[in-house]
Ligand binder design. Structure first.
Ligand code: AHR
Length: 510
């Protein structure tokens, strides 16, 4: 295979000198080996009461001119169904620690109007509440991740919310849910006890938060078979202290510790970098920043391996994605940003890292689903556009619940000055359909990569699937040109497998 491959590359070299700088990448695996299952919840999404994330993005109300199903816009529902969203986290984020669930139940026109003090100071009509959230996830066929209010709520408020949602018997709270239109209990996959307790969730220290967690978790009760996984709110970025303190101090039920990491091209909250019209250095810095999550996850998992060698406590990256400067004409409190090929590559790089740690990293939520940060979907009133990140989710859906296959990857670096990241990252897995899948991402925006595959355990000759790439680094879809960047068919003989610069490729090996 190798000789044939080199001959093929040599022939191409003579014909097209531009390939002279192609990276030479070696990928080796035995298809008979198996690693951990890649939990489908790694492909979870986050929908917060922020900007036009919920209102307009998801919920337009039954009387809207925008086609909708009981108030949920049909175009968004259909698009999200197509990428098989497994899990949705709601209502925040920082909003979660200001949210009082009672204000979002009962007749919509009687619900109190509040001010969303965290995000833009806009009116929060509470028309999207507990029942609407569950209806939304049920329409999507997704599971629910509800985030409780620890920062400004009480133990009683949180415990009663859980009872309201899950109560089976004739308790007053379960009856109230029935009166509000829902006979059967809601099913909750995950329940978060606060959010970013180190910051907007209360500016706490981990010792204090872990004591509060112990107290709150004691009173969170649900009928057998419907107790959600409990999520302790952990640290962020390079920090490992929160993971350490929480995993040592919490003796109550704890299924996982959350962790947040945002990719800011300039690593500076006052000058994050632009979403479009950026330079190659900005592209490099974005790749460099996003790739750091590999080290940060590894460092946190080392702590967990020490404090929880049995592996009972999972590591949930329940907020991640790119965060750019707001566009000048937009409300800065709405966190609306464009999404380009760069974001698609960032998403794929992160997926490949999450797959690597699939033993403990069993759930993540990209921030956020619609109109906020690294969104899947952007809307403008009745218009909707699917972003490059959306397409990466679509291409990678074959990895949901797939069984990972360990592999060795030898790749040159993509360099900028004295900084470097690997040019290529990958994933290999056996899908739930029994097929063998390979994902490749090339972070280098100028040079392609020749992939020399050395596979045991299966006779595969062809790679067939999809590719996402473009000429411009900031290629994007707009309301006027919504199909500028979409996945295209990709096929190659395995002994001539080459991926272009700045590309995401997902193929079946057959
Ligand atoms: O996703 C936006 C915000 O980022 C969330 O509300 C908060 O948890 C994080 O700081």
């Amino acid at each position: 295979m190798k000789i044939k491959h080199l001959i093929a590359a040599g022939m191409l070299l003579a014909a097209a000198p531009v390939l002279a700088k192609d990276h030479k990448v070696d990928l080796t695996f035995d298809a008979g080996n198996t690693g951990p299952v890649i939990d489908k919840d790694i492909y979870g999404q986050f929908a917060e009461h922020l900007g036009r994330g919920i209102y307009e993005g998801v919920w337009v109300g039954e009387d809207s001119d925008i086609p909708n199903t009981r108030g949920f816009r049909n175009d968004v529902l259909n698009a999200l169904r197509d990428i098989e969203v497994p899990l949705v986290r709601w209502p925040g984020g920082c909003f979660a620690d200001e949210y009082h669930w009672r204000e979002g139940i009962g007749p919509r026109d009687e619900r109190p109007v509040k001010v969303n003090t965290h995000w833009g100071g806009v009116e929060e009509p509470n028309t999207f509440g507990t029942h609407e959230f569950f209806e939304f996830v049920e329409l999507l066929g997704a599971d629910a991740y509800v985030n409780g209010n620890l920062g400004s709520g009480s133990v009683q408020e949180m415990a009663e919310w859980l009872e309201y949602m899950t109560g089976e018997k004739g308790s007053t709270l379960a009856q109230e849910r029935r009166k509000n239109g829902r006979e059967e209990p809601f099913e909750i996959a995950y329940f978060g006890i606060g959010n970013e307790a180190w910051g907007c969730g209360g500016n706490m220290r981990p010792e204090y938060y872990s004591d509060l967690y112990r107290q709150y978790a004691t009173f969170l009760k649900a009928p057998e078979g419907n107790m959600p996984k409990l999520v302790a709110s952990g640290g962020h970025s390079e920090d490992t202290t929160w993971t350490d303190v929480l995993s040592k101090n919490i003796e109550q039920k704890i299924d996982g510790i959350s962790y947040h990491y945002y990719t800011l091209p300039n690593s500076d909250w006052d000058n994050k970098g632009r979403a479009i019209n950026f330079s190659e250095t900005d592209w490099f810095n974005t790749m460099d920043r996003t790739y750091k999550i590999d080290d940060y996850i590894e460092a946190n998992l080392k702590v967990l391996e020490k404090n929880d060698p049995e592996g009972d406590i999972k590591f949930y990256v329940d907020e991640w994605g790119t965060w750019y400067d707001p566009e000048p004409e937009r409300d800065p409190g709405f966190l609306y940003q464009q999404n380009t090929l760069r974001d698609a590559v960032v998403a794929a790089v992160n997926f490949n890292i999450f797959h690597k740690y699939a033993e403990r990293v069993t759930m993540t939520n990209i921030a956020q689903m619609v109109n906020v940060l690294q969104a899947m979907i952007l809307t403008d009133k009745e218009k909707m556009v699917l972003t490059p990140t959306y397409h990466t989710y679509g291409m990678y859906k074959v990895f949901q619940d797939a069984t990972s296959i360990p592999f060795k990857l030898k790749t040159p670096d993509y360099k900028n000055g004295d900084k470097r990241v690997p040019a290529v990252t990958a994933s290999v897995a056996r899908g739930t359909d029994g097929k063998l899948y390979l994902a490749l991402v090339n972070m280098d925006p100028k040079n392609g990569a020749d992939i020399d595959l050395d596979i045991d355990g299966v006779k595969a000759k062809r790679a067939e699937g999809q590719i996402l790439t473009a000429e411009a680094m900031d290629a994007r879809n707009t309301f006027d040109a919504p199909a500028t960047l979409e996945p295209k068919a990709f096929s190659a003989d395995l002994d001539e497998l080459r991926i272009p610069a700045k590309s995401v490729v997902v193929v079946e090996l057959k």
